[in-house]
Design a protein around this ligand. Sequence first.
Ligand code: 4AD
Ligand code: MG
Length: 435
Amino acid sequence: MTHQGSVAYIEDIARYEGQPVVIRGWLHNRRSSGKIHFLTLRDGSGFIQAVMSKAAVDEDTFRRADHLTQETSLIVSGTVRADSRAPGGFELDASTLEIVGTSVDYPITPKEHGVDYLMDRRHLWIRSERQHAILRVRAEVIAAVRRFFDDRGFILADTPIFTPAACEGTTTLFPVQYFDDTTAYLTQSGQLYNEADAMALGLVYCFGPTFRAEKSKTRRHLTEFWMVEPEVAFATLEDVITLAEDLVVSVVQRVLERRMPELKRLERDVSKLEQVQKPFPRISYDEAVTMLNAKGQPFEWGGDFGAPDETVLASSFDRPVAVHRYPSKIKAFYMEPDPERPDVALCVDVLAPEGYGEIIGGSQRIADYDLLVRRIKEHDLPPEAFEWYLDLRRYGSVPHGGFGMGIERVVTWICGLDHLREAIPYARMLYRIYP
Ligand code: 4AD
Ligand code: MG
């Protein structure tokens, strides 16, 4: 069979209007009348409808198209035609059809399936239009994050995944047998190494998978998630908040610029995302507590905000809100106390609007050697594991700070999803490690 035209990706199809092209992909869906087959093709870059009329192809080709099953892989050639009714603006008038691989009883049909059924078939579910759109937004978020830091002179410094000790509390550590007699832990955050890297390179970021043995089943927690973490020498809490704000605005802007078709497919209300502009409101933890109580959500000073509290707080604003200066007691050991009020830490959480919760957590770090030693003891952390970290306070300690932004939280918010499990190709959760 000879296909006519050059190989094209559906994403670029506008460039080929009126021309013959070859599309290589899979059959997403099919509708047929006696004289016409409507074949929805997908090739990874997008979806397009190929129209095959009986009059335009030979008998054999038309008959083969009649029996095509969902997810059959195929090569179709045809002429690109603009059509304002088509979702992507174009259709293909098909002239040839070659079947590459058959597909028998594809388990995910256009009918509704339950989430567990779909998660068990995640390796196939990602072929669906919705999941396809989400994963493309995710890739854009990641590209936007890298571009943001690279353009600002940040050096990417990778931090280890096998680590000797906790960074974010000992209750969510994943132990790993490290050869015969050592226990290592999967990293919860690259931050501690990032701090060392910032003392060497000034402006740094790490970006990789992080792990938390979260034993609760929530919409917002994965056991394996991707986090980007900048760290800046000489930065104060103010600098950290400003950097977080710039990053979030820049990422949302880039997704709006480059992934509008995907956001539309997800039926995302983009006007909400367009409001994400500087400056973000900043409120202290104290103010947040007052706000909660005033809004009929009783909350006692000293506790950590739960998801419902974060939703109430965020609902007062049309853009992300930076909540700063939480009580030191509920925060990590490394956070610098506020010199004016040592019971609160120079830290910040950025809460996404519309009830999506915390997307960023960060702080200024303790710069003083003695205080840091004391905190390590108070938190019952093994001092020997932190000797190298204490060196940063022995040899030219400076104020510094940074934050971590969870990629799946951001993707969930930008895409308007109900649950983090769809924001990563293969979610890892309390009861899920397959496929
Ligand atoms: O607030 P967290 O725990 O902060 C840290 O790990 C710091 N060491 C980061 C730093 O300062 N360098 O986590 C940061 C972000 C959260 O705001 C959230 O977006 C995400 O990581 N996150 C999770 N995402 C998915 N599943 C989980 N279990 C998450 N835990 C945190
Ligand atoms: Mg946090």
